[in-house]
Design a protein around this ligand. Structure first.
Ligand code: CO
Length: 180
């Protein structure tokens, strides 16, 4: 089931998420809803607070695009109670966007790779050092778990470029809050 996404300006996006104490059938159902929501929005990752649940869960799936511009998700990865470590000294700069900050993209500098320790849906712990591409999405999604958004990580110059659009989005979000 597709869930509504929260937008920039919603205070839930700024909360530090709680660890998941027990991976219950309700958590499994919620993760399936996260997957449905990510795919319906053509995203490549989604964190639980983006759909209003401040738990330390995110999913990542790098889609493949076919000739008809359909997206296929060959490998959806689920990370519960993630911890990042060993950021590489080497950095890279890439354009990022976010389902909670629609239509705004900016250049973000991050370590090239990290190591992630996490639990899978069975509670089993794993330690992995993913590819550069996956590492970047993981760092972006892990930021959500800590109430951090990619727009917090921009150079002054990059931030200035998107500031008016960001302010507009924030205003629209707070007006929506007042109405509902
Ligand atoms: Co995001």
């Amino acid at each position: 089931m597709k869930l509504p996404i929260l937008y920039y300006g919603n205070p839930i996006l700024r909360t530090k998420c709680q660890p998941v104490a027990a991976i219950t059938p309700e958590i499994h159902a919620f993760i399936q809803d996260m997957i449905d929501t990510m795919k319906a929005n053509r995203g490549q990752g989604l964190a639980a607070p983006q759909v209003g649940i401040p738990f330390a869960i995110f999913i990542v799936s790098i889609p493949e695009i076919d000739e008809e511009r359909n997206l296929h998700y060959p490998d959806t990865r689920i990370y519960i109670n993630p911890r990042l470590s060993h950021p590489s000294d080497e950095l890279s700069t890439e354009t990022e966007g976010c389902l909670s900050i629609p239509k705004i993209w900016a250049e973000v500098t991050r370590p090239k790779t990290i190591t992630i320790t996490y639990q899978d849906i069975h509670g089993q712990e794993h330690v992995e050092t993913p590819s550069e591409e996956l590492s970047r999405v993981i760092m972006h999604e892990n930021d959500h778990i800590n109430g951090v958004l990619f727009v917090d990580r921009l150079s002054k110059q990059e931030r200035k470029k998107i500031e008016p659009e960001l302010e507009r989005l924030k205003k629209a979000t707070s007006q929506k809050h007042k109405r509902t």
